[in-house]
Ligand binder design. Structure first.
Ligand code: IPM
Ligand code: MG
Length: 355
């Protein structure tokens, strides 16, 4: 198994170090895992003036899977857009054709009262958001800021999907539902936006291949509301890139901390990039207090989805659950009166639970 490691910026390198401890542990057990680390995001801009240097891209394309940390920081926000860290990640997603982004949000029993929502609303919650990742307003042309006919600055982005882009991610949504509890909610804004009318039409067409899945549709504003009103009504949600970005951050908060949520981004051949859904958290970077669990759980998703080692994925996920049940908490999930452990102590705890 050949894995590219891209720690990135902010807390990225700190949490990646904890995932590497787990990889090293499996290597000591006799697994053949090769890793190679490369720069991406602001770290790559600092060194190569490019958020996705060609050497990094080639490494990722040649690997079986990519484990990604996080990117970005305030010092890069004023750079020209092509140089910004986020553009590096977006280019990588596009170059690897990672159109299916799986973002599970599950509430651990022992953390049900860490959520800002009432325990009875979130206890037992287990949803999966399937977000389209290589299309939509993120990539649509034309885009930019120009001066219009009246001499005014005018910003333009283009929300666009063709039917094939919708079709292939819809299949992922239905198949995820088949493996889970059999229901799929497709989220759009068809009352206003034509591109999402097409989204709904195509999802309905694809649904004919999946008579065993119960398909519903919801407008995105209602979905945002329902996610905090009654999140248990959802099993799998499938949606476009922009809506999925927003709804997945919202869903993460149901679980108590964004520091817990991993994600998988996959292409048709099963190759994938695995990353926490949280950002680089510049405010806490370098202090050794970040929660490494989203990164560690991203590694588990890598074993499950790209490397087809469900046994290793299961082991990591049970180790994380065990640590949470033991009451070991980083600062983002600590309860009042308890003391928080460091990033590396959390990684060590997962490691000993694994052993
Ligand atoms: C995410 C992030 C990215 C996105 C940013 C960093 C470009 O918010 O993965 O959700 O918007 O897709
Ligand atoms: Mg996001």
């Amino acid at each position: 198994m050949k894995i590219a490691l891209l720690p990135g910026d902010g807390i990225g390198p700190e949490i990646m170090a904890e995932a590497e401890k787990i990889i090293d542990f499996f290597v000591r057990e006799g697994e053949h895992i090769e890793t190679e680390t490369a720069l991406v995001g602001g770290a790559a801009v600092d060194q190569f003036d490019d958020p996705l240097p060609d050497t990094t891209l080639q490494l990722c394309l040649a690997a079986d899977a990519v484990l990604f940390g996080s990117i970005g920081g305030p010092q890069y926000d004023t750079l020209p857009r092509p140089k910004r860290p986020e553009r590096g990640l977006l280019r990588l997603r596009k170059a690897m054709d990672l159109f299916a982004n799986l973002r599970p949000a599950r509430v651990y029993e022992a953390l049900a009262d860490s959520s800002t929502l009432k325990k009875e609303v979130v206890a037992g919650l287990d949803i999966m958001i399937v977000r389209e990742l290589t299309g939509d307003i993120y990539f649509g042309e034309p885009r930019g800021i120009h001066i219009n006919d009246q001499g005014l600055r005018c910003g333009v982005n283009t929300m666009t999907y063709d039917e094939n882009e919708i079709k292939r991610v819809a299949h992922w949504g239905f198949q995820a539902a088949q493996k889970r509890h059999g229901s799929l909610c497709s989220v759009d804004k068809m009352n206003v936006l034509e591109t999402t009318q097409l989204w709904r039409d195509v999802v309905i067409e694809v649904s004919r291949d999946y008579p065993d899945v119960k398909l519903t549709h919801m407008l995105v504003d209602n979905a945002a509301m329902q996610l905090i009103r009654n999140p248990q009504q959802f099993d799998v949600i499938v949606t476009g890139n922009l809506f999925g970005d927003i709804l997945s951050d919202e869903a993460s908060m149901l679980t108590g901390s964004i520091g817990l949520l991993p994600s998988a981004s996959l292409n048709q051949s099963g190759q994938g990039l695995f990353e926490p859904i949280h950002g680089s958290a510049p405010d806490i970077a370098g202090r050794g207090i970040a929660n490494p669990l989203a990164q560690i759980l991203s590694l588990a998703m890598m074993f499950r989805y790209s490397l087809k080692r469900i046994d290793l994925a299961d082991r990591i996920e049970s180790a994380v659950e065990k640590v949470i049940n033991q009451g070991i908490r980083t600062q983002d999930i600590v309860r009042p009166g308890e003391s928080a452990v460091s990033t590396s102590a959390m990684g060590d705890a997962v490691l000993s639970a694994l052993a």
